[in-house]
Design a protein around this ligand. Structure first.
Ligand SMILES: Nc1ncnc2c1ncn2[C@@H]1O[C@H](COP(=O)(O)OP(=O)(O)OP(=O)(O)O)[C@@H](O)[C@H]1O
Ligand SMILES: [Mg+2]
Length: 501
């Protein structure tokens, strides 16, 4: 292997029943570089990582690691680790009810007796040297998600790591936390660790990476120096098409305020997680809640749907007073809700794509009146096609789909119930740029057909493209409402920040 290269994967093949996940893929990682691995949903990023870490056996190709003459065979994550290859997954797999130090040192090979004091001291030193704001004796669950992730990285690094893999590590972090993680990544890079960074956030790639490898449909598109690849070209390479049309989504004239009739109206609505607020949405209107992470935007829509315990307020749907205290009440009133945390509230991992799609409709119909197999299949196939869900069949367990495709399945679930009011909390998180645009288009089309939609996204630009009214939240209160000419990035940021007042 060439000098300075720490990992080389050659001609990697991986086939799943009905899917060629990887075909003749090459990947090279240098010492002390941050290398972004990019591609649309289902491109094969996670599969490549899983082959590298011994989660899946490869069907062809070779893997070489610095310091070992011959191609290596990795049959388990433990074996990968013995070669210095460590992963921190999209979902953190540590134990929240153990301490930080315990999480860093438990399960480290057989026969190693752990000496508590030593462990605490060692953990403290490592955390300090990496600048991670956690104390060794603190319960891991009491740390923020970002810090938990950094502890997972510290654990990996301590096991003498040459290759560190981060698969979508920033998808649920706020800006400050991302900065903290990047600082840690740069620090590790300076120590000579090679880092593979999987993400859908383009800006982040440009901020922190040295090189980019792009995959599409399981094949290698190319490897590029970040400086030499403009952002639009990267997107074009990921999608395999030129970019015309990506930015031409235009809001149609629906829902000029005041013209359409009010569909949903809440007065003094509050829940165990949200303060009392007033809110309404017209038929065919797309509006959104914006604000920093933790400003209360998710809690507000959860109260509307009855996802948290409702503690007060009056609600009208179509002018009639209704009681919505639990999700089922909301569903009966034609309200659908795509939750932010799809792992906790969304997918049922062991069920098939089809079962996951028909779930909400089945709940409404009652489980004693199951849909026939043919009905269920027709429903599922229609939405697999409409949303271009990448799956071998509707029978495939949803857990074997890529992250972005799982998200689409949950969206399909709600569309199938034909709600009159659909609430989408971060529907495009973890979804590639091409599909993002598709989903934005879909939202606008549904609105044109008369559906009301409330949209939440951390990307202001995305909200400006879809919403005709933005409700701005800060510290769990509504602090502004923007429409018309006020819908500009500057204005939104200014209101979020509370400029002037
Ligand atoms: N365990 C599995 N069984 C069957 N098919 C699978 C399995 N894991 C992945 N696939 C399929 O292989 C392809 C590549 O999936 P992969 O998870 O690698 O994509 P990805 O690039 O990580 O996408 P995302 O950005 O959505 O996370 C997809 O078509 C996926 O459905
Ligand atoms: Mg993935």
């Amino acid at each position: 292997m060439e000098n300075g290269i720490v990992l080389s994967m050659r001609h990697i093949d991986k086939v799943f029943p009905g899917v060629r996940a990887l075909q003749n893929v090459d990947f090279t990682l240098r010492k002390g570089e941050i290398h972004a691995l990019m591609g649309e949903n289902g491109a094969g990023k996670s599969t490549l990582i899983k082959v590298l870490t011994g989660v899946y056996p490869k069907d062809g190709g070779e893997i070489y690691i610095e310091g070992v003459q011959d191609a290596i065979h990795i049959r388990s994550p433990q074996e990968a680790q013995s070669y210095g290859i460590s992963t921190v997954y999209q979902e953190i797999t540590l134990c929240p009810n153990l301490t930080v130090a315990e999480n860093m040192y438990i399960g480290r090979g057989k026969g190693v007796t752990v000496k508590w004091n030593e462990m605490t001291e060692k953990a403290g030193k490592l955390l300090d040297s990496l600048g991670i704001p956690a104390r060794p004796k603190q319960q891991l669950g009491s740390c923020s998600l970002a810090v938990q992730q950094m502890v997972a990285i510290a654990r990996a690094v301590d096991i003498d790591c040459k290759v560190l893999i981060l698969d979508e590590p920033t998808s649920s972090l706020d800006d400050k936390e991302v900065e903290m993680l990047f600082r840690l990544m740069r620090d590790l890079k300076a120590r000579g660790v090679g880092i593979i960074f999987v993400t859908h956030f383009l800006e982040q790639v440009y901020e922190v990476s040295d090189r980019i490898t792009v995959l599409r449909n399981g094949e290698l598109v190319g490897e590029y120096e970040v400086e030499k690849l403009p952002q639009v070209e990267l997107v074009a390479k990921m999608m395999g098409k030129e970019l015309e049309g990506l930015n031409v989504i235009k809001k149609s004239g629906v829902s000029e305020n005041g013209k359409a009739e009010t569909l949903y109206q809440a007065h003094g609505l509050s829940s165990t997680a949200s303060r009392p607020f007033d809110f309404n949405i017209a038929k065919g209107e797309v509006n959104g809640f914006t604000g920093l992470l933790g400003s209360g935007r998710s809690e507000s829509v959860r109260a509307i749907f009855g996802a948290d315990r409702v503690t007060g307020g009056e609600v009208r749907v179509g002018g009639k007073p209704v009681k919505i205290t639990k999700p089922f009440d909301a569903m009966k009133n034609g309200i659908g809700y795509l939750p932010e945390d799809r792992k906790r509230d969304g997918i049922i991992a062991d069920l098939s794509v089809r079962e996951n799609i028909i779930l909400a409709l089945q709940v409404m119909k009652g489980f004693f009146h199951p849909f026939s197999r043919a009905e269920a299949e027709a429903f599922a196939d229609k939405y697999i096609k409409a949303l271009e869900i990448k799956t071998a069949s509707s029978d495939t367990p949803i857990k074997s789909l890529s992250g972005g495709n799982q998200q689409k399945v949950i969206l399909a679930r709600w569309l199938l119930t034909h709600p009159q009011y659909l609430i989408l909390d971060e529907p495009t998180r973890g979804i590639d740029v091409g599909t993002k645009t598709e989903i934005q288009r879909l939202v606008l089309r549904l609105a044109e057909e008369g559906m009301s939609v409330t949209f939440i996204s951390s990307e202001i630009e995305e909200m400006l493209r879809t919403c005709s009214r933005l409700i701005v939240m800060r510290d769990r209160n509504i602090v502004g409402e923007l429409t018309g000419d006020e819908l500009t990035q500057d204005h939104v940021m200014y209101t979020i920040a509370g400029g002037g007042n």
